[in-house]
Design a protein. Structure first.
Lengths: 435, 261
């Protein structure tokens, strides 16, 4: 794989790519350094899933996308993702690697909020991006995929909320891989300064059921002291896309990061979500729902790492597997030494709808401190025949009763997504995937 | 139009190869209220579950007909749509499904496609039933039976009964675990259903319920079959004298299932 990637995307290619985008020198150096690492580093080894033969190298690296003049002129394939009756004020749509549409309310602009694509941010807010880009959350040299990401990063966004600024209206992004072969090396960087708050929601969309490509996405979310970040995401990559999705947060004193994820990809997926609770009294609540179908293989890891005292985390993962789909749900709560009075809770549940579906929930608690509380719950099972009997005894057909149970199983997480239109759209996707 | 007829003929039911019911015969017509009484372990709840189609029970002999149609050939949902209803002793908890969504889905399942109840009408009907049964309206937005107290679950069963308006209802120990105020409220709801189009079979081992819902017929179950039938006076005598006299009269030593007279 490395040979192939290197042949296509070598030092010269990356230098030129960086130059064409007027990137600062440090960014170009970071890319070139990362490219060297690609050869040296191994693939990551997610627990219980072998990704050695997955496609991380066959893709096209660049593609442009046409602009979208207004949300009224939204292409059909995106219509479900935006609430057109209640037009959102702050939206960015990335079409392939071009910004197709972008708005930010004047009020937020005046307050110093930054909500712009990563390349513009590199030019206009270079110092801020440089301060955070692959520094405190994800490192370039963790494994081959982080290095490959850093070398080939080709899209993404920078969100910055200054100190004491509270954003009520959500910020919403849509990343649309319109070209069926283009890869997405997207980098999302969200920074909330002290005592600020924001809600950010993103959607990934592609329609390449046949053509193969790759999504290698890294998201870094930084919550400074006393900041609050509500981060929602629905991933809808089509069957042809192999996905490596890494979303990582760092929370300082009194900060909270709440995550809500709808994992609705149809292709093979490794999803890692990790939150470092650095500051005392920081907390995180990562919630994930997923529906697996076809022959896809997925590996989900939610990890919380407690460094500060009085930190709290609650991981909730619910997955429904049908057909021949396989999914591993790892939930890891780690409490470091001296993180006294911390609390790490987790719950992972998998519901299997067919005999050939496979699911596994691995609850893991790693605790290096005595004065803490922790708890876990995990289950893998099928639809309870007594629940079905109860619903059917009221005249509800078996099919509809199963749907109620499946939706109910996923609802506690869907309900947590911060934007109603995104909730609604996720319910539609679930319905499509379940039936 | 007069009500439906549920005929139970020579019904034999087993659980895991153990015979629980051995030859139950009973006919319930629209307009009639029947009570089945009996000590614990005599097969009363098995009868209710077997008629509804509970997956753990196997019918080994006999028949159940609703207006001449073979109930035992129907799936559970078809039995419900044909007009049967069972208020369960232990209703399931369904996480993530609000009580109100469930009720609306159940009502629409009966009404059929293209004839769905409007949201306004549904809310109106549901609110009026909740008021009648003195149930906190919050219940509608809570997940179905999840975290409900025993009394709330029982009331929820009666909420469903009143909204779904079945032809024949079976109430399986709907009185157990209810305090006297709750029992009065539940009874009021059931009594309101009384009409020529509604037949009811109450299963209980306390005569107390029958003080509030007067039965037309009372049956005593022992050893997995009905051993004695009579009018409301039978329930009163059971209340006053207990079950011993029946056992003596019939020569029964152990009234539980699996015993032979």
């Amino acid at each position: 794989m490395t040979v192939e990637t290197k042949r296509l995307y070598d030092k010269d290619y990356i230098e030129q790519f960086s130059q064409e985008r007027y990137e600062p020198e440090w960014m170009k150096s970071l890319r070139l350094h990362a490219l060297e690492q690609v050869d040296v580093l191994e693939l990551p080894t997610p627990d219980k899933t072998n990704i050695g033969k997955w496609n991380f190298s066959r893709f096209k690296h660049t593609a442009q996308g046409e602009t979208i003049s207004s949300l009224e002129a939204l292409p059909e394939k995106l219509k479900d993702f935006i609430d057109l009756e209640n037009i959102p004020e702050n939206v960015l749509i990335q079409r392939n690697q071009s910004v197709a549409y972008s708005t930010l309310s004047k009020e937020l602009k005046d307050k110093g909020v930054i909500f712009t694509d990563i390349f513009t941010a590199l030019r206009e807010h270079e110092d801020l991006v440089k301060r955070y880009y692959m520094k405190d959350a994800v490192s370039v040299d963790e494994h081959r995929l982080t290095a490959l990401h850093a070398a080939l990063m080709n899209g993404g966004i920078f969100v910055y909320v200054p100190k004491n600024v509270q954003i009520e209206e959500p910020l919403q992004t849509i990343y649309w891989q319109e070209d069926p072969e283009v890869a997405l090396f997207n980098h999302v960087l969200v920074v909330a300064e002290e005592s600020s708050s924001l809600t950010y929601v993103e959607n990934y969309i592609s329609h390449n059921d046949e053509q193969e490509t790759v999504a290698n996405v890294i998201t870094e979310v930084i919550a400074q002291n006393n900041a609050y970040i509500s981060f929602g995401a629905v991933d809808n990559f089509a069957a042809g896309t192999t996905t490596y999705m890494n979303r990582r947060g760092v929370a300082y004193r009194d900060a909270t990061i709440d995550w809500a994820f709808g994992q609705m990809n149809d292709g093979n997926t490794v999803f890692e979500n990790e939150t470092h609770l650095i500051g005392d009294n920081s907390s995180t609540h990562p919630k994930t729902v997923s529906v697996g179908r076809g022959r896809q293989i997925e590996n989900f890891t939610a990890r919380t790492v407690h460094h500060g005292k009085d930190t709290e985390s609650f991981i909730l993962q619910h997955g429904v597997m049908r057909d021949k789909a396989t999914a591993i749900f790892n939930a890891i709560g780690k409490i470091e030494n001296a993180a006294t009075r911390s609390n790490a809770e987790q719950e992972s549940r998998v519901l299997m709808l067919s005999d050939k579906a496979r699911g596994d929930a691995n609850p893991i608690l790693l605790i290096d401190e005595n004065d803490v509380t922790a708890g876990h719950a995990a289950s893998v099972g099928r639809i309870d025949p007594l629940q079905l009997y109860y619903l059917m005894s009221r005249g509800i057909t078996r099919e509809e009763a199963e749907n109620l149970i499946i939706f109910g199983f996923l609802e506690p997480v869907v309900d947590q997504l911060p934007i109603p239109s995104v909730q609604k759209q996720l319910r539609q996707v679930i319905e499509r995937k379940v039936n | 139009m007069s009500g439906s007829v549920l005929e139970i003929k020579n019904l034999h039911v087993s659980v895991e190869d153990k015979e629980i019911l051995n030859g139950v015969n009973l006919t319930i017509k629209g307009g009639e209220f029947h009570a089945i009484m009996g000590p614990n372990g005599t097969g009363k709840s098995t009868l209710a579950s077997a008629i509804m189609g509970h997956p753990h029970y196997e019918i080994t002999e006999g028949s159940v007909l609703l207006d001449g149609e073979d109930v035992l050939q129907m799936d559970v949902d078809e039995r419900a749509r044909a007009g049967l209803f069972l208020a369960m002793q232990y209703p399931s908890e369904i996480s993530g499904v609000t009580t109100s969504d469930f009720l609306r889905t159940a009502i629409n399942a009966r009404r059929g496609e293209g004839n769905e109840i409007s949201l306004m009408k549904f809310i109106k009907e549901m609110d009026s039933v909740l008021d009648e049964l003195d149930v906190d309206k919050n219940m509608a937005q809570r997940y179905l039976n999840e975290g409900f107290s025993g009394g709330e679950k029982k009331r929820n069963e009666i909420v469903q009964l009143m909204l779904l308006k079945p032809a024949i209802a079976i109430l399986d120990e709907v009185d157990s675990g209810l305090d006297i105020d709750a029992l009065k409220v539940v009874s009021k709801g059931v009594n309101k259903m009384r009409s020529d189009d509604f037949g009811c079979l109450m299963i209980t081992h306390y005569q107390r319920l029958l003080n509030y819902i007067t039965p037309d017929y009372v049956h005593v179950m022992m050893q997995g079959r009905i051993v004695k039938s009579g009018g409301p006076e039978l329930a009163e005598r059971l209340e006053a004298e207990g079950y011993e006299w029946i056992k003596e009269e019939l020569g029964i030593e152990d009234e539980t299932v699996g015993q032979k007279a």
